[in-house]
Write a protein that binds this ligand. Structure first.
Ligand code: DPP
Ligand code: ZN
Length: 870
């Protein structure tokens, strides 16, 4: 397969001034007539991208030239001397047979599209690249009884009835856009409508379309949309630019959602919610993704990417924006910790594995493989660095200059950096290094206290062992100091250090690191302090500092930064688990230290603390993150150690857990708000510890039976399954009976079982694969069974006999023939084969080889399998 390189970028040799698309929709034979006005920009033949299209005819300025076109599996080539001409291309496609869910396809008898990254070429021949921007008009013709609504981008300018029970609609999108933002939807949907009045006083119609059975689950999505519109006006000064904003929810969707201009298409998982069917996490996810796609209207659509190597330009920035949105809606500290957890559990491993790539990848075989945690989440961390360095007002100045310069253009990450730098009259050239180096940087810090001068010196070193010729990054370190009683110390950098220390308050600073090694010295420190490092997780690095357990206990109890407090406790817990792993491996005994128990107890008994922070601080580190700490992952020992610490904390703090559980009960109606969410979080963490003790089975069962809301129901169910409570199987059956008609809830039912780690995990998977509700054609279902099993069920997936690997890899092969994009995603857990023992390594490698050798392997799967074996 062909490799694409960033360094090969060439501007297009034709521009498309306008395009008029006409769709005559039929499930098996949709006719697409594509009328383009082309203008030559440089010499050469016209090459249009196209895949799996049946060509009917090509007409150039009224003259049929079909026979002069060279067609191959990638597109169509035509020689012409003309500098300006009209080209009409007629093709036929079969949406009903499209199982890859890219291009135009069918879902629940409706038509919908997904064009990013390169799906438009499966609809018609076109210059399918983000730097070709054009004005789109779309005419849709379809059977009226089966397609009540006919939707496309922009504003509807015409509609009416036709003969043979058909009708039509014409949509005009006045904003020039690349074809990846094109969308079309048709079908018998229902909608809820609302309006939003912009700060300029313009009224925008808001419409959410869903399948009729889901019409009562759209309110939260609509509220989220209105909050997003208002927040973007208030925080970024960005106002919506069309008269209508439409969202369509579909059940079969490869991604979370898609920001098509004026017509977002969403995975129904990120639209539908009611307290009885959706958890707090689902509610938060909906608000965040609705926000994310809405925010793309400016960061992505109005200013788009020059090429796909710039994907992080729009995704890193838009993820940063949606993170800030959620932080402002709920709790900034809780959101920050959630994002750091996600980054560490999912992006750090990616950056340490064979698919590691910089946030601006330098090459790809299949672009769909680069919609990654690195491009999105690490990309957002890099945008956050600008924000940390420049502050909110400096960052906003940079955004304003970015829009002033680039509105309506397709640009690069350099253009973004230049706008940030110029608006603030600072040099940000070193930020470039974050875009081109892969791997998680290490930040090694040592500290020295000098009693005679009362000074305290930090020596900071940055490195990236896997990166050849690592060049230093511009790295802001959030910093403060505590005395031995936990009191904050006033920061007074020496004259030399002051140039690199930005004081944000008396007790909080940003250390601006630019070299491989750098010292920062503070004066008037009367006794050895405890440094609080990387406050707010100010850079996406692995921090190494030799804290004593007592230091960690102090930070956990007293630091002013909630991330550092959380991190200190998590480190204590992690150390405890690691000691237990060693004890298990050497066959020795280990008792839980009082230190851990005392800090945990104090946190739990302090009713003044934010319940959500307490809940997160006392949750055990995830298995994946624990595994990350080891060169070779001992699956069984880690699992056992984790289990052991859970029951130790359950026993040691039983009365405190019970008190917290009761304190957080709320019998009022479900509300999606900060306080209730925090209460449920702590309540359910408490219940999960209590549920580890057999005497609390009834308590867990009663929470299930109360059926108060999905958050509580699912928490109880998970605890019953994990600890094999007597009532677990009946409850699972009851749950299925109640919800078997609701796809999103059935996904939860599959996921719960897929993640339950026990000796029968593989047999459970085998049974579920045969279940009548399982289907490889629905990406959500695949993710909730196979994705969850292979990522989270360490015990099952890595079972020593290789059955777990085998079962998943067989499904990947079957799936690759239907939907390569989702098949490739499922490979991720296999790519980390080097982290396991020799026997598991060879089993995992063999699975990868088999997948790679499959006849007709897709380039999606080929790229990931071959890179991980290399
Ligand atoms: N729909 C995906 C997202 O919004 C790709 N653009 O991130
Ligand atoms: Zn996005």
């Amino acid at each position: 397969p062909k490799v694409n390189y960033l360094s090969d970028y060439q501007p297009p040799n034709f521009a498309i001034g306008s395009v008029y698309l006409e769709f005559d929709l039929q499930p098996l034979a949709t006719r697409v007539t594509n009328r383009m006005l082309l203008t030559r920009m440089a010499a050469g033949a016209l090459h249009l991208d196209g895949e799996n299209l049946q060509l009917i005819s090509v007409t150039l300025d009224g003259l049929e030239v079909t026979n002069q076109c060279l067609i191959d599996e990638n597109g169509l080539q035509l020689m012409t001397d003309k500098d300006q001409f009209e080209l009409v291309v007629v093709t036929e496609i079969a949406p009903q047979s499209n199982t890859a869910l890219e291009g135009l396809y069918r879902t629940s008898n409706n038509y919908c599209t997904q064009c990013e990254a390169e799906g438009f070429r499966k609809i018609t021949y076109y210059l399918d690249r983000p730097d070709v921007l054009s004005v789109f008009t779309t005419k849709i013709i379809a059977d009226k009884s089966e397609n009540r609504y006919l939707l496309a981008n922009g504003n509807m300018v015409e509609s009416g009835d036709l003969a043979d029970g058909k009708h039509y609609a014409v949509w005009l999108d006045p904003h020039k856009k690349p074809c990846y933002l094109f969308a079309l939807v048709a079908g018998n949907l229902e909608k809820i409508t609302d309006t939003y009045t912009t700060v300029e006083g313009r009224e925008v119609r808001l419409e959410i379309f869903v399948e009729p059975r889901n019409i009562d689950k759209c309110d939260h999505a609509m509220q989220s949309l209105k909050r997003s519109m208002q927040w973007d006006e208030q925080r970024f000064g960005l106002i919506y630019d069309l008269d209508i904003y439409m969202i369509v929810a579909v059940d079969d969707f490869n991604m979370g959602a898609m920001e098509n201009k004026g017509l977002n298409v969403f995975n129904s998982k990120f639209v539908l919610a009611q307290p009885a069917t959706a958890t707090d996490v689902d509610y938060e996810g909906i608000e965040a993704v609705i926000g994310h796609e809405y925010f793309h209207n400016w960061t992505g659509n109005r200013v788009t990417c020059r090429d796909w190597f710039q994907l992080t330009l729009k995704e890193g920035l838009t993820v940063f924006r949606d993170q800030e949105f959620t932080a402002d809606m709920l709790s900034p500290s809780v959101k920050r910790i959630e994002d750091v957890k996600r980054l560490r559990s999912n992006q750090f491993p990616e950056d340490a594995g064979p698919m590691a790539h910089p946030i601006q990848p330098q090459s790809y075989i299949e672009m769909n493989n680069f919609y990654t945690m690195t491009v999105y989440e690490k990309g957002a961390e890099v945008v956050r660095l600008y924000h940390t360095l420049l502050g909110e007002s400096g960052f906003q100045k940079g955004m304003q200059l970015y829009f002033a310069r680039h509105d309506g253009q397709a640009v690069t990450v350099q253009d973004f950096r230049q706008a940030m730098a110029d608006a603030n009259a600072v040099d940000l050239a070193q930020m470039h290094n974050w875009y081109v180096q892969s791997g998680t940087p290490h930040l090694q810090v040592t500290a020295e206290y000098y009693p005679e001068t009362k000074t305290f010196t930090l020596t900071c070193k940055q490195s990236q062992p896997q990166t050849k010729d690592f060049v230093p990054l511009l790295l802001p370190i959030g910093f403060g100091m505590l005395d031995q009683h936990g009191q904050p110390l006033i920061l007074e950098p020496t004259f030399e250090s002051a140039a690199h220390v930005e004081l944000r308050s008396n007790t909080h600073a940003i250390l601006r690191m630019t070299q491989l090694e750098q010292k920062f010295t503070f004066m008037d420190v009367s006794s050895p302090p405890v440094p609080s490092l990387l406050r707010g997780f100010s850079a996406p690095v692995k921090l190494h500092f030799e804290y004593s357990n007592a230091d960690l206990a102090l930070l956990a109890a007293a630091d002013e930064d909630s991330f550092v407090r959380w991190e200190a406790m998590q480190t204590l817990l992690l150390r405890t688990i690691q000691s237990k792993v060693s004890a298990l491996q050497s066959g020795s005994e280990l008792a839980l230290s009082n230190e851990v128990l005392d800090v945990a107890k104090a946190l739990l008994e302090d009713e003044q603390l934010d319940a959500a922070l307490v809940a997160m601080t006392l949750s055990l580190p995830e298995l994946g993150y624990i595994g990350e700490q080891y060169q070779e992952v001992d699956v069984d020992a880690i699992y056992q150690a984790h289990h052991w610490l859970e029951s130790q904390l359950a026993h040691g703090l039983q009365s405190q857990w019970l008190a917290a559980y009761q304190r957080c009960q709320n019998n009022g109606p479900y509300q999606y708000d900060k306080i209730q969410i925090a209460q449920r979080m702590l309540k359910n963490v408490a219940l999960s510890y209590l549920g580890a003790l057999p005497e609390n089975q009834a308590l867990v069962a009663s929470q299930y039976q109360l059926q108060q809301n999905m958050t509580d129901v699912l928490a109880a169910l998970r605890i019953m399954l994990v600890h094999q409570h007597a009532a677990a199987q009946d409850a699972m059956q009851d749950f299925y009976q109640r919800w078997q008609e609701d796809n999103l809830v059935v996904d939860k039912w599959f996921a719960l079982q897929a993640q339950t780690q026990n000796a029968q995990a593989v047999e459970t998977l085998a049974v579920l694969l045969q279940h009548s509700d399982f289907s490889l054609k629905n990406p959500n279902r695949v993710r909730s069974l196979l994705g969850v099993f292979s990522r989270l069920n360490l015990v099952g997936f890595h079972r020593a006999d290789g059955k777990g690997y085998q079962m998943v890899s067989e499904q990947i092969c079957l799936l690759d023939a239907l939907n390569p994009q989702i098949a490739a995603r499922l490979l991720a857990p296999f790519t980390h084969w080097k982290r396991y023992d020799v026997k598991r390594q060879s089993l995992m490698r063999a699975a990868l080889q088999e997948i790679l050798q499959r006849e007709g392997v897709s380039k999606d799967v080929y790229e990931i399998a071959s890179k991980s074996l290399a």
